[in-house]
Design a protein around this ligand. Structure first.
Ligand code: TXA
Ligand code: MG
Length: 341
């Protein structure tokens, strides 16, 4: 299949119409959002969801997030919108928060992965909202990467993974946030954080009072344990190299890396730390700056593969606030492999 590339830098761009038409007619287009690029298709058409799973090579029991451009699109997709959900949407939409509620009949089972709930979010990115509006339907959109690869945060990541597999790719430059949205389920009580993102547990607690953080945010699921969020059970965000997260001061990190270096060892560290390391280094943002780490982590994970890393020692990020989102992604990239010095 030929994949058309549209360069779009403003929500007024004429090409928004062309992308909307592709989507309205049942095609697939990769679109920018503030978090990561999404692989979008009509969320009300089960066949589009099947095409999305095929293009990503993703298991079809992993449900998709439905993206809307206005509040009025939400109510028809869910059984009801409780006060708590309204309060969250008022506080954080448009923005990187996904809210799970019991679904209505409008959502096909292919989109919800067979669950009786649906995940919805209104992206902050204005180009994303203009495309949803132009399509005239809510858009199901998982991250636009091949399943198992790091999520795409630049158009070139999407072009690498999706060329020839989908109808169109919108190139709007780099994503601002860099890690996927916070996923919160309001289909259970207390509300449960399933995936950490820029909207932090503290920010959610301020609106909701008590929330619980799902075990899968920090730990590997045990054999036979059911995942509240099916995405959590898959090996994720993984580069081809084997990654180890190294906890401890930079001095200890550098000593460990330099004395365990073999051919193919790469360090994943913070900006400015490269000079003390005897191996090739890839940086992911600044130390003590989770927002900059979030913005660069997925590109860094792709870069370690590009330079042929076999073994990666990664600096341990702060795991509080937005840092929890970075930690959660790195933990999966490392297949839960941590050493403490
Ligand atoms: O930032 C984002 O959320 C990006 C952009 C494109 O919007 N999208 C994204 O989608 O990350 P995806 O499909 O890669 O991740 C969706 C996650 C998965 O872990 C999935 O299991 C979970 O949300 N999820 C979706 N619907 C769910 C549901 N009904 N119940 C539980 N988990 C759900
Ligand atoms: Mg994803």
């Amino acid at each position: 299949m030929e994949t058309k590339i549209f360069k779009i830098n403003s929500p007024e761009d004429e090409n928004i119409k062309a992308v909307g038409e592709i989507l309205r007619e049942g095609g697939l287009a990769a679109i920018p959002t503030e978090t990561v690029y999404g692989l979008a298709g009509n969320a009300l058409d089960g066949k589009c969801a099947e095409k999305i799973f095929a293009a990503k090579g993703r298991p079809s029991d992993n449900p998709l997030i439905v993206h809307i451009s206005s509040f009025s699109q939400w109510a028809p997709l869910v059984k009801e919108i409780p006060e708590s959900a309204k309060a969250l949407a008022d506080a954080f939409w448009p923005g990187p928060l996904t809210i799970i509620l019991p679904k209505s009949e409008l959502i096909p089972k292919e989109v919800s992965g067979g669950l009786d709930t649906v995940a919805v979010r209104m992206p902050e990115n204005e180009i994303a909202r203009a495309i949803i509006e132009s399509a005239g339907v809510p858009l199901a959109a998982p991250s636009a990467n091949l399943s198992g690869k790091p999520s795409p945060t630049t158009a070139s990541h999407v072009i690498d993974d999706m060329t020839g597999r989908i109808d169109a790719i919108v190139d709007s430059g780099d994503c601002n946030v860099g890690v996927e949205s916070t996923v919160l389920s309001l289909a259970v009580y207390p509300p449960r954080l399933l995936r950490p993102g820029q909207v932090t547990p503290v920010m959610l607690t301020e609106i909701l009072g008590e929330i619980e953080i799902d075990d899968a945010v920090f730990d590997k699921l045990l054999d036979g344990q059911e995942a509240a969020s099916p995405g959590m059970k898959y090996k994720h965000y993984s580069p081809d190299a084997s990654v180890v997260l190294v906890k401890g001061s930079f001095e200890k990190f550098a000593k460990h890396v330099n004395s365990n270096a073999v051919d193919g060892t790469v360090a994943l560290c913070f900006e400015g730390e490269e000079a003390s390391l005897s191996v090739p280094a890839v940086t992911y943002g600044r130390r003590n700056d989770p927002a900059s780490q979030a913005k660069h982590i997925f590109d860094a994970l792709r870069t370690v593969d590009k330079i042929g890393a076999k073994q990666v020692f990664a600096r341990f990020p702060e795991n509080e606030g937005m840092g929890l989102a970075v930690f959660n992604r790195l933990l999966r990239a490392a297949a839960f492999n941590i050493i403490e010095l």
